[in-house]
Design a protein around this ligand. Structure first.
Ligand code: S3P
Length: 173
């Protein structure tokens, strides 16, 4: 079966699509942010505020590497920054890994994130205009890493069910 890893910017739908896909494929679902919160015993927001981003990135990379080194098959949704630090992107095409970049436009991301920004420390304090600028610049910086994925799927104006179906189609080819 293998390990399916969903990659993309905050708000791209990785967790939602991942949960649906795992159900359809009868695979275990793992969410890297959840695993980090469980391992640290605190929310992502509190990890950032109490220990800072560098500490978070170290924990994130360690757990990402550990999960991918296991013999299990699963669908794993990672955080928006996971592939962009500590050479984590090199694992996106390693043996038994099928990675998918859920690609969304700046406008789609901004519209989604304006509602869900409080639990995301990197964007929690930005207003709508700042948020749009931040996403545009940040996406540009992260583009290289996201494009290391095995497949790229555009997600604008698609439902999670449609995206999950599309992933299953490209996976089986
Ligand atoms: C981050 C994305 C978040 C979380 C953390 C940092 C990022 O995950 O890991 O707040 O750097 O883009 P989601 O993409 O699931 O929101």
């Amino acid at each position: 079966m293998g390990k399916i890893v969903l990659v993309g910017y905050m708000g791209a739908g990785k967790s939602h699509v991942g949960a649906l896909l795992s159900e359809k494929m009868n695979l275990k679902f793992l969410d890297l942010d959840d695993l980090i919160e469980k391992s640290e015993g605190k929310s992502i927001k509190n990890i950032f505020s109490e220990h800072g981003e560098i500490y978070f990135r170290k924990v994130e990379s360690k757990i990402f590497n550990t999960v991918l080194a296991s013999n299990d098959d699963f669908v794993l949704s990672v955080g928006g920054g996971t592939p962009c630090y500590a050479n984590n992107h090199l694992l996106l095409n390693s043996e038994n890994v099928f990675s998918v970049y859920l690609k969304a436009s700046v406008t789609t991301l901004k519209d989604r994130l304006i509602k869900g920004k409080t639990k995301r420390p990197l964007i929690a304090d930005l207003d709508e205009i700042e948020l749009e600028e931040y996403i545009a610049k940040h996406l540009f910086d992260r583009n290289y890493y996201y494009h290391q994925c095995t497949k790229i799927i555009s997600v604008d104006a698609k439902t999670p069910a449609e995206i999950a179906q599309e992933i299953m189609t490209v996976y089986s080819k």
